[in-house]
Design a protein around this ligand. Structure first.
Ligand code: PHE
Length: 470
């Protein structure tokens, strides 16, 4: 066994893995319902602003830090200064927490692949109640979640190149094909124009501080930023891979997928006279209902859609699992297999809590915080940890690392030009931390779960105080 760090074997493989991490439930499950609940076009516009000014900037910073230090989330910070170890730890914790609910939804998607062709669509009016009954069942969603988690384990245990890269190279092109065919079909429906108007014409009347925090959190979540994932993936990069264009490609692909998911859902939704404000059940309730009205092709399209959703989720959750696994391999010297199994077991326990919190425990909330486990994992990461994690990596890279070193890393020792280096550096060092600070502060003040926000921020502050001991 060599001590060589694992590497991506090709740039294409890396791009598919990084885009695979970015494109996931965030794009297809969450983006449409957030846009639906937050006024459509106005949300999209704010979201795009965050994605391209802050998201792309932070993504390049994460790739750069990862490749420069050759370390995953925690090690990257720690190797520079122990005062910063806590920022990496928050990343690893975020991975655990996101994996505390992500495989629950991944399991739903897996189940719906089969449900699509086994009679779910034959009774359209029963689709919403069938979803409610399914996710609140104490056994069935857990079984699907275990199956989904098994797929993750099989991929990540094989390692970076053989597992994650190979899977992504096959799955991502498949995803593109599947999602585009569903979106293409939706566009041809009569009445589709209403959906386009909803998605693309901004109506600012629904915009508040909450909308901004939701859009910022979504930008980080969707791009897999603020928790060391892209640092970890960057650490497996060859020294001659171009970083800036990679960040641009991954950001663009992620955005394209979110918009395509919107185009797959909203035109059809309006064409069939349904409401866009369905919430987290949107794709599971609305999409099958849409397909149910299409005759014999419906079940097939529905199955294709849910296979796409499952694939998108899978290439993302493997990256979340890899963040923790890489930490255990790098910092604790664990063998990969043990790291994967142990981590997955803990994640499964979290997921079980999250899944049950939607069913038999739906009346119980965590004392003081006032939310169930599913919401706890989801809201805490999306609205606090990722945003603050993004702020920390920006401050760390901007103020703690040397500008010349960053420039040398990004330009591959001066061999590839990066014309907008100064602009990037300015966005990273000043614009990103200030913008996130504002949005997080005012957004948290207006948030529906103030106690949870305070808990999240205090938790980070306490970890920061003990950073040297971590
Ligand atoms: N980006 C993924 C999605 O949109 C989720 C994710 C978040 C993955 C953070 C890795 C890290 O579904």
């Amino acid at each position: 066994m060599g001590t060589e760090r694992e590497n991506w074997s090709t740039r294409f493989g890396f791009l598919m893995a990084a885009a695979g991490s970015a494109v996931g439930l965030g794009n297809i499950w969450r983006f449409p319902y957030l846009a639906g609940a937050n006024g459509g076009g106005a949300f999209l516009l704010i979201y795009l602003g965050f994605v391209f000014f802050i998201g792309a900037t932070v993504m390049l910073a994460e790739f750069t830090v990862g490749r420069m230090t050759q370390k995953s989330a925690v090690g990257a910070y720690k190797s520079v200064s122990r005062n910063w170890t806590f920022a990496g730890i928050i990343g690893v914790l975020s991975a655990f927490l996101i994996m505390g609910f992500y495989p629950v939804v991944g399991g739903w998607a897996t189940a719906y692949v089969f449900k699509s062709v086994t009679g779910l669509l034959s009774e359209p009016s029963a689709i919403p109640s069938a979803f409610g009954a399914f996710i609140s069942d104490p056994v069935r969603p857990l079984a699907w979640m275990f199956l989904y988690m098994l797929f993750n384990i099989v991929i990540v245990i094989r390692g970076v190149g053989k597992g994650i890269e190979t899977a992504s190279k096959v799955l991502m092109p498949m995803l593109i094909l599947l999602l585009f065919s569903v979106a293409g079909y939706g566009m041809t429906l009569p009445g589709a124009i209403e959906g386009f108007r909803f998605l693309f014409v901004p109506d600012f009347s629904a915009v508040t501080a909450r909308t901004f925090l939701a859009a910022l959190g979504q930008a980080f979540f969707s791009l897999s930023l603020g928790m060391g994932c892209m640092v970890t993936y960057g650490s497996y990069l060859a020294k001659d891979t171009k970083l800036a264009s990679s960040a641009a490609i991954v950001t663009t692909m992620d955005t394209m997928f979110a918009i395509t998911a919107g185009v797959a859902i909203f035109p059809a939704l309006f064409a069939f006279g349904m409401e866009p404000t369905e919430g987290p059940g949107l794709v599971f309730v609305v999409v099958p209902q849409i397909f149910a009205q299409m005759g014999f092709i419906g079940p097939v399209l529905s199955m294709i859609f849910f296979i796409a959703l499952m694939i998108a989720a899978l290439t993302s959750s493997v990256s979340l699992l890899e963040v923790v696994v890489a930490y255990l391999i790098d910092e604790k010297k664990w063998p990969r297999k043990r790291a994967v199994i142990t981590t997955s077991v803990v994640m499964l326990v979290f997921c079980t809590l999250a899944s049950l919190s939607l069913g038999i425990w739906s009346n119980w909330t965590i004392p003081v915080l006032g939310v169930g486990f599913f919401d706890f994992f989801d809201i805490l990461t999306d609205k606090v940890f990722l945003a603050i994690g993004g702020m920390l990596i920006a401050i760390f890279t901007g103020f703690r690392l040397k500008k010349e070193d960053l420039k040398r890393e990004i330009t591959n020792e001066g061999t590839v030009p990066f014309a907008i280096f100064e602009l990037w550096y300015f966005l990273l060092k000043y614009v990103t931390p200030v913008a996130i600070g504002f949005v997080a502060f005012f957004g948290a003040r207006a948030a529906a779960q103030p106690a949870l926000m305070v808990f999240g921020f205090s938790f980070i502050a306490i970890l920061a105080l003990f950073s040297k001991k971590l």
